[in-house]
Design a protein. Structure first.
Length: 55
């Protein structure tokens, strides 16, 4: 995958995980995303939330 965009850092966001707030977070801004093998995300289950690992 190739992405074109920019990013910024955030240190005062309201993001939490397990009740903890990170010291620093990266916030990407993607303008374009190009897939090398478009079939791969579908086969991997990335679009299926039931296949995502948690915790």
């Amino acid at each position: 995958m190739k992405s074109i965009g920019s990013g910024r850092t955030a240190s005062n966001g309201a993001m939490t995980l397990d009740g903890r707030r990170p010291t620093l977070a990266l916030v990407p801004q993607m303008d374009e995303v190009h897939l090398h093998r478009p079939q791969s995300p579908r086969r991997s289950g990335v679009w299926n939330p039931a296949s995502w690992r948690t915790g």
